[in-house]
Design a protein. Structure first.
Length: 371
């Protein structure tokens, strides 16, 4: 029948032809699956580096645009300058912090080995602290009188917490190595960045049209805001804390600064390590020095409460609670790289849920339109 009319209802069932088509489809799908699996295995070792490089290039893209205009439309030179500056910013503090940490660890081990590590006794006001004063005073007094006995008695109870903290610190340290390598790779992404972004938008449109490009823009804005509001503020707090601690001659200033940096990145804040320093200062330093140390450290402890909301909420309608939840959950789950991936995933998911709830209402959420 050649006139285009449908075949008769009682046409014979061609089972062999259907079986051949099914077999052909299964073979093609299997071959495609093998190629996809093999490709993933080949690129898997480079995924962290590439992800970090993409995150950095997106976060520094506004700076690259400004510098390109200043240099007279020379994007390659601008990319090279930003890469060198980024390496200096990353490697400089890391080198100083590493040297300080190594020095403090060597001093601590030497003092423990020689038995010269002395802990001052608690002041009379410690015992009057509510709920924990008596217990803290007892442990502190024991450590002051006999540090080895105190470590033998209470050390095993602190091992699980110490192991967890060291594990998280080691994961962040590994991520920092990848971070340095990714800074170099990101330098090669600035120039083709607009073409890559257009490709990402086109790919996203194929997946979740018609809002795919919007979600790509939302992810980029989230990366830039997290880099400013979390990493930037954490570096500022740790740097200020380290300067104050070293200026006042606080022992183990490098270790305390490193701990403060980690706590700031995971959104706990530096209070758990800086407040004990303030308490220690009032029992060991003169009242004048302790007063000035307190005046300088208290603003460092609370400054993130002012800076973070201002920087992270800029240009986004995604609630700050959603971003912070992604930051904390991503860091605890995936290490330092989760600091960026967590808020991106939650921000896009939140936008999807809002779009689904408001479907047909014509409202949009996410990135505010440029002025």
């Amino acid at each position: 029948m050649t006139d285009g009319s449908p075949p008769p209802v009682n046409a014979p069932f061609d089972g062999q032809r259907i079986e051949a088509r099914v077999t052909d489809f299964v073979v093609r799908l299997t071959v495609l699956g093998l190629f996809v699996f093999w490709s993933i295995e080949l690129v898997h070792p480079f995924v962290p580096l590439v992800v970090w490089a993409i995150l950095l290039s997106v976060a520094l893209h506004p700076a690259h645009l400004v510098l390109t205009r200043w240099l007279g439309a020379r994007p390659g030179l601008a990319a090279a300058i930003i890469t060198v500056l980024a390496l200096m910013v990353v490697l400089g503090p890391i080198s100083l912090l590493t040297a300080s940490v190594v020095e403090n660890v060597q001093w601590l081990l030497s003092a423990l080995r020689e038995g010269s590590l002395k802990i001052p006794p608690p002041g009379p006001g410690v015992k009057s602290w509510p709920l924990i004063g008596a217990r803290v005073s007892e442990i502190w007094s024991l450590a002051s009188a006999n540090l080895e006995d105190a470590l033998a008695r209470y050390g095993p109870a602190m091992l699980p917490a110490g192991s967890t903290i060291l594990g998280k610190a080691a994961a962040i340290g590994t991520d920092l190595v990848f971070f340095v390598l990714s800074v170099i790779i990101s330098g090669f992404l600035f120039v083709p960045g607009p073409r890559l972004a257009a490709g990402a938008r086109a790919f996203a449109e194929r997946l979740i049209a018609p809002r795919g490009a919007h979600f790509v823009d939302l992810a980029g804005a989230t990366i830039r805001n997290v880099s400013r509001g979390v990493v930037g503020v954490a570096l500022i707090q740790a740097l200020l804390a380290g300067i104050v601690l070293m200026a006042f001659g606080v022992p183990a200033a490098g270790l305390i600064t490193f701990a403060a940096l980690i706590l700031c990145i995971v959104q706990i804040g530096p209070a758990p390590v800086l407040l004990p320093v303030i308490v220690w200062a009032w029992f060991t330093m003169s009242a004048t020095l302790a007063f000035f140390l307190t005046v300088l450290l208290v603003p460092v402890v609370v400054i993130d409460n002012v800076l973070r909301p201002l920087l992270m909420a800029r240009g986004l309608t995604t609630p700050l609670l959603v971003i912070l939840t992604g930051v904390i959950g991503g860091t605890l789950t995936h290490g330092l790289i989760g600091l960026f991936l967590g808020p991106i995933v939650l921000a896009v998911f939140y936008d999807l849920v809002v779009a689904w709830v408001q479907i047909g209402g014509g409202s949009a959420t996410g990135v505010k339109p440029p002025p």
